[in-house]
Design a protein around this ligand. Structure first.
Ligand code: COA
Length: 166
């Protein structure tokens, strides 16, 4: 047995809904950490009118990662750095899709470092098939009747259909 302390990473976001892109980033990170906490933020910066409630998003994430025992799904209120301290996280994971993500991600990483200097931010890039994918685009395409079956898991697809048709 190794004496190395357990590595805990947090993958925060709004996940409205969880996409194949999020799944890809989370699975890639399992090479870097013992445990990954996928954490739904009650206060996300850019989501104004969510499609799913936080509870529904947690349910969908739990389903998507049901076969990944080292991935836990949680939610948090308030500051990410506070949550990171509470769970003893070593680093924050974020996905970087394109150059357009960079400025915002850089600002958040710097601000989080100001607030909690011991917390690192690690960026992973998705499989190139998912490099263009965003939860907001998935919501928009689905709401206009487009096929998003390649971009989300079957349960997410079913729940989106129910929500948008209901
Ligand atoms: N291009 C296309 N779509 C974009 C985008 C971009 N550059 N940036 C955001 N979006 C869209 C996407 O659909 C995105 O969802 P996706 O990335 O999951 O596909 C969606 O907007 C939501 O973005 P945002 O509101 O920024 O939320 P997030 O899911 O990226 O997570 C948190 C942001 C939760 C990490 C951050 O708000 C946070 O830490 N909140 C807690 C409070 C806190 O500590 N605030 C201080 C942070 S320094």
């Amino acid at each position: 047995m190794s004496d190395r302390p357990e590595t805990i990473a947090i993958y925060p976001g709004s996940f409205d809904p969880v996409t194949r892109g999020h799944e890809d980033i989370a699975r890639r990170c399992m090479k870097l950490t013992d445990t990954l906490i996928v954490a739904v933020a009650h206060t996300a910066t850019q989501v104004k009118a969510p499609l799913f409630s936080v509870e529904e998003r947690i349910e969908l994430l739990t389903d998507v990662f049901a076969h990944e025992p080292r991935i836990k799904v949680m939610h948090f209120q308030g500051l990410l750095v506070q949550f990171a301290r509470e769970v003893g996280a070593t680093f924050v994971l974020r996905g970087l899709r394109a150059v357009s993500d960079f400025e915002y991600e850089f600002q958040m990483a710097q601000m989080n470092r100001e607030l909690y200097g011991d917390l690192e931010t690690v960026f992973l890039t998705p499989e190139h098939d998912f490099a263009f994918l965003s939860a907001s685009l998935v919501r928009e395409v689905a709401s206009l009747g487009g096929d998003v079956s390649g971009f989300v898991s079957p349960l997410v697809l079913e729940r989106m259909r129910e929500r948008l048709e209901g």
